[in-house]
Design a protein around this ligand. Structure first.
Ligand code: ADP
Ligand code: ZN
Length: 736
């Protein structure tokens, strides 16, 4: 059934074995052994179906010698081998590496790379009409338009013809009835057209040209190389890495572009098309299932040459991957914290090293880790310090909220309001940024002080006034906003504390009733489609004031946006996480970078209660290098990443006692090894999530310590995992 899909018979020379190990998609430490039935040919990487208990599961034949003492007759046999190309050596090594590094069960990692090919039904042929000769019984203008198109006998689909001729379907059907056409079948259209590296000439000049030629040169020798493009927002980084992509395409290799945000890809895809004449295939969780199948198959067969995708695209089994771009490499969306905890940025570098091809990391505000790698020469560092063309960086100023407080009940300083007014009077756009969805982050009863908390998490319920709900941003729990306090029963005495974007929208509406406003946040009704439409509307100038969360912060080009106002610049600094300064710096740079992309004079205003904070000073001075130097110095002193290594162990259970007891016992089992220390257990930053109580141990090691080995022996010595207890490892955690 599936053989027709793939040209080369993949199972040409089956090795002669009767027992193989198979990775099954389960959290078990190693592959299981299965017998190979007579006449079935498998090899390492073959995708198979095997029995597991009462079920049938998809697995992958893995390397490694099965135990010779095993008697094939006593093993259960492989049920079926799928007719699709086996996972390459490269992909299998990558999966093993990721599993070993993240201490995840290899079967769970493999599951991210393998799909059940049974779902791969062959694409149906497309029915089309071909002109066979003759003339319509009676010629009309509509019929004449159709006839003009079909005379050279190129087949059209029925709807394609009606569309191209600008006539209704009934006109076509009328001609069909007269016997002018025969039905033919066309092969299914490709998922995406082939991008052409020379479709248009590169658009690079000055420092871009230098940067691009350095990267392309690094690629020429073949083999692994890692580059970091560190350039301010609007410096033309995208144009530079397009040249790396062109080079890889010329070399006949596939390309993967990782992007942190799906809403962002729409304008990116168009830009790519302008340069290469075709769009890349998309890969993210929001794809329709049918499209997923098509893209996956295209990637495996090599039909798809370029994929732009979210982090999960890193596990696509490309046939001949030859370049990975990681755009906005510092973005925390690259970290997956579910099942297999991994950072796609770091694993992209690993995949490139294993596959011996280049990887290019890109950011206006690189992570401290990548900065250090750039400075030490491990990464080839490329700098783009100024914006492209006429565009200048916005003028940035702090608003000291202690001196310019908002009016009562409001959150916008009079300084901010004046700036917004001036901006929209000029017909330009203002963005008010607050990284908080909903109306208010906390609701309480002013009579008894009751606070609305999630019943299953240690987090407050956030009011979403547009939806009339209070919601938990942790687990998604939602209920109708109550009218009375559930504790004291008093009506109409619930107060909203603090602002979310909806509340800022309300304030804006009060001050600028005439202005066209758009609120952008990831919980917009209508999902990704709606977000894309709104982003387009903003870019076209169809809004005067945009109020948004970090959804608007990333990557977009809004030509008319000349003012960016940050409502609460201190927001990310509050938690005690040592990465807080870095993250806040990155976010504020990104957001203020939305202003002034087209040469209009632009401004950024940041409302803060801590104007002396090094992050605020770094932002307004524009001196990123001083900030990084200081940040790097502090990390080095404290031996924090990348100068030391960290892992966190989260122990969760249905009761607080079980979680804490297990965490303590695990702590007691920690081996004594010089250079490695274990901190905790303490309540995890989110102590309760979905009814699970969580404790955390932090393991800190020197840079060269064997963290994985240490964690493995700690778990092996530790208590048996019982009852509802679950132990999750997070190597290189985001927060620590
Ligand atoms: P970055 O990725 O660094 O934020 P972009 O690549 O998006 O920057 O470039 C910013 C703007 O400048 C975009 O609108 C882009 O089309 C334009 N641009 C960049 N380089 C060139 C060039 N060489 N010629 C013409 N326009 C360019
Ligand atoms: Zn919750």
């Amino acid at each position: 059934l599936f053989g027709a899909l793939f040209d080369a018979p993949p199972l040409a020379r089956p090795p002669l074995v009767s027992v193989v190990s198979v990775l099954v998609p389960l959290p078990v430490p190693e592959a299981y052994s299965y017998a190979v039935p007579d006449g079935m040919a498998v090899m390492p990487g073959s995708v198979v179906q095997v029995p597991l208990g009462p079920r049938q599961v998809i697995g992958v034949v893995w390397d490694g010698e099965p135990d010779p003492r095993l008697d094939p007759k006593k093993l259960r046999p492989i049920t079926q081998v799928f007719d699709c190309p086996p996972l390459t050596d490269e992909m299998r090594s990558f999966i093993d590496w990721v599993a070993g590094y993240t201490l995840s069960p290899p079967g769970l990692v493999a599951r991210m790379a393998v799909r059940a090919p049974a779902a791969l039904e062959p694409e149906p042929m497309v029915e089309a009409l071909r002109y066979r000769g003759g003339e319509p019984e009676r010629m009309t203008p509509a019929r004449a338009r159709v006839m003009d198109l079909v005379r050279d006998e190129v087949p059209f689909t029925r709807s394609g013809l009606s569309h191209a001729a600008g006539v209704s379907i009934s006109v076509i059907d009328g001609l069909v009835k007269q016997g002018l056409f025969e039905t033919v079948f066309l092969p299914p259209p490709p998922v995406v057209a082939r991008p052409d590296p020379d479709y248009t000439a590169p658009r690079i000049e000055g420092p871009q040209k230098q940067a691009a030629s350095e990267i392309v040169e690094a690629m020429q020798g073949g083999g692994f190389s890692a580059s970091l493009i560190d350039g301010v927002t609007g410096s033309g980084k995208t144009e530079v890495y397009f040249e790396a992509i062109a080079q890889a395409l010329r070399q006949g290799r596939q390309v993967l572009i990782l992007l942190p945000e799906i809403a962002l890809t729409a304008s990116f895809l168009e830009r790519f098309q302008d340069r290469f004449g075709a769009k890349p295939a998309e890969w993210h969780s929001d794809l329709a299932p049918r499209m997923r199948e098509k893209v996956w198959r295209g990637v495996v067969t090599g039909e798809v040459r370029v994929v732009a995708g979210a982090r999960s695209a890193l596990f696509l089994p490309f046939e001949e991957l030859g370049l990975i771009i990681v755009d906005e490499e510092h973005d925390s969306a690259y970290k997956q914290e579910d099942r297999v905890f991994y950072n796609a940025r770091d694993m992209a570098v690993v995949r490139a090293r294993i596959g011996q091809f280049p990887v290019v990391l890109v950011s206006a505000t690189p992570s401290v880790e990548s900065q250090v790698n750039g400075q030490s020469g491990r990464y080839h560092l490329v700098h783009l310090p100024t914006r492209f063309g006429e565009a200048a960086m916005p003028d940035l100023h702090l608003i000291d909220m202690r001196r310019h407080p908002p009016e009562r009940g409001g959150f916008l300083s009079p300084v901010m309001l004046r700036a917004v007014k001036k901006t929209i009077e000029k017909g330009q756009q203002a963005l008010l940024f607050l990284n908080r969805r909903g109306y208010a982050p906390l609701t309480l009863c002013r009579v008894c002080g009751h606070r609305f908390q999630c019943p299953q998490c240690s987090s407050w319920l956030v009011e979403h006034r547009f939806k009339g709900q209070i919601q938990c941003h942790q687990c998604g729990y939602a209920e109708k906003t109550p009218e009375a306090c559930p504790e004291c029963g008093t009506f109409d005495h619930l107060v909203a504390c603090g602002p979310g974007v909806e509340r800022i929208a309300e304030e804006v509406e009060k001050h600028f009733p005439e202005a066209r406003t758009i609120v952008m946040s990831s919980d917009l009704l209508g999902g990704v489609k709606r977000m894309r439409l709104e982003l387009e509307a903003i870019a076209k100038g169809e809004a005067d004031i945009v109020i948004g969360t970090q959804l608007v912060a990333k990557g977009h080009n809004f030509p008319l946006m000349t003012l960016v106002g940050i409502i609460d610049a201190d927001l990310g600094l509050a938690n005690g996480d040592p990465r807080a300064a870095e993250r806040t710096f990155q976010l504020l740079s990104q957001v203020t970078g939305r202003a002034g992309r087209t040469g209009l004079k632009s401004h950024g205003l940041l409302q803060t209660y801590q104007p002396q904070h090094p992050v605020m000073q770094a932002i307004v001075s524009g001196d990123a290098s001083a900030f990084y130097e200081r940040e790097i110095g502090e990390r080095e002193k404290a031996l924090l990443p990348p100068f030391g290594r960290l892992a966190s162990i989260i122990v969760s259970a249905d009761t607080r006692l079980d979680a804490e007891t297990h965490a303590r016992a695990l702590r007691a089992a920690a081996p004594k090894v010089s250079g490695i220390t274990v901190l905790g257990p303490a309540e995890a930053p989110l102590a309760l999530v979905r009814g699970r109580h969580r404790f955390r141990l932090l393991v800190h090691g020197r840079r060269n310590s064997d963290m994985q080995g240490y964690l493995r022996s700690m778990l092996a010595n530790g208590p048996k995992v019982r009852g509802t207890v679950h132990v999750q490892l997070d190597v290189d955690p985001q927060s620590f």
